[in-house]
Design a protein around this ligand. Sequence first.
Ligand code: ZN
Length: 123
Amino acid sequence: MSRIRSKNTGPEIIVRGMVHHMGYRFRLHRRELPGSPDIVLPRHRKAIFVHGCFWHMHRCRYGRVRPATNPEFWEKKRRGNVDRDRRNIKALRAMGWKVLVVWECWTRDMPELERHLRDFLAE
Ligand SMILES: [Zn+2]
């Protein structure tokens, strides 16, 4: 399965930095887990995906962008991502993992990002 998302992108670095700052230990990209989550906290059995709003069709203004050229092509590709995300998250939850999707747009607002992370990690 090809990965569109590249490793070590800006938003992911931001999220990683904040989780680290909050004092949590984590692992990266556990390939043995469905979807190879970006940040994994094995002791807490929690996994975090950092998703680009466009590629994963977030319901925000960045995720709603429709490219002018080849809209059907992009639509299909992005829908494929969304379907795969859904399957991966479902599989992880079935294995007893808690999952958080951090959207790229959250990383533009640090207090917002921190709130989401705190809520999830304190669960
Ligand atoms: Zn977004």
